[in-house]
Design a binder for this molecule. Structure first.
Ligand code: SAM
Length: 222
């Protein structure tokens, strides 16, 4: 199955749903998404003054959690949707937000102690380039934490059936959420994703599954 993931289409879609994004995420995940994000970030052993970048930061959840865990961390969030960034800025303090494309990051090699990406890669047309960029800007020995949908098991299928019903009831952006399901269905399962990351030079440090494997987190080391 192939479908349009052109940057223009993705950017427009996230601009349209930005105001309702957090509400709908909480609804879809039955309010577990914040806990999952928190547990994922906890794996990184962030230290004061670590330089961290949240790729495809959207409305800023991962950046905000990093700051809560380590207030002295130097956190930047980058995303190409100005509307998602507006919501992020309203929710946070002491985080730098930058509008930009994660497939062409404006940083020298070996800049960051950690790079994190939550629910982003699935939406990127040139995902390979985004992973190469996440690797390039990371310091040797640094961690890349990736979080997204995982196994396509029975629970995941229940999710695929429930989402359209919830979107019809609670949002006016039905097409954005049919996109979400399609993007989820063609996204590699964690085993294959880890191989893709390894092919770019990363080593697996830890994998953690949530919600019976429907969501999966990988910590990769450069
Ligand atoms: C599903 S949201 C995830 C937001 C947030 N990380 C979270 O965990 O809730 C995906 C985000 O990726 C951004 N995005 C997709 N492709 C991008 C690209 N090439 N460069 C920068 N941002 C991108 C979108 O604008 C959107 O805000």
């Amino acid at each position: 199955m192939s479908f349009d993931k052109s940057p223009e289409k993705i950017q427009t879609m996230f601009n349209i749903i930005a105001d309702r994004y957090d509400f709908f995420n909480n609804l879809m995940s039955l309010s577990t998404q914040r806990y999952i994000k928190y547990k994922s970030i906890k794996n990184l052993n962030i230290k004061p003054h670590d330089k961290i970048i949240d790729l495809c930061c959207g409305t800023g959840d991962l950046s905000i959690i990093i700051k809560q865990i380590e207030p002295q961390a130097d956190v930047t969030g980058i995303d190409f949707s100005d509307k998602m960034l507006e919501v992020a800025k309203q929710k946070s303090q002491n985080i730098q937000y930058l509008q930009g494309d994660v497939t062409a990051l404006p940083y020298p090699d070996n800049t960051f102690d950690c790079t994190v990406m939550g629910f982003g890669l699935r939406n990127i047309q040139n995902a390979e380039k985004a992973v190469e960029e996440a690797y390039r800007i990371l310091k040797p020995g640094g961690y890349f934490m990736h979080l997204d949908f995982g196994k396509k098991n029975l629970i995941s299928k229940v999710f695929d059936i429930t989402i359209p019903v919830l979107t019809k009831l609670f949002t006016e952006n039905y097409s954005a959420y049919t996109y979400l399901i399609k993007s989820k269905q063609i996204f590699p399962e964690p085993e294959d994703l880890i191989k893709d990351f390894e092919s770019k030079g990363f080593r697996l440090k830890k994998r953690q599954d949530f919600l019976f494997g429907v969501i999966s987190m990988q910590v990769m080391v450069k």
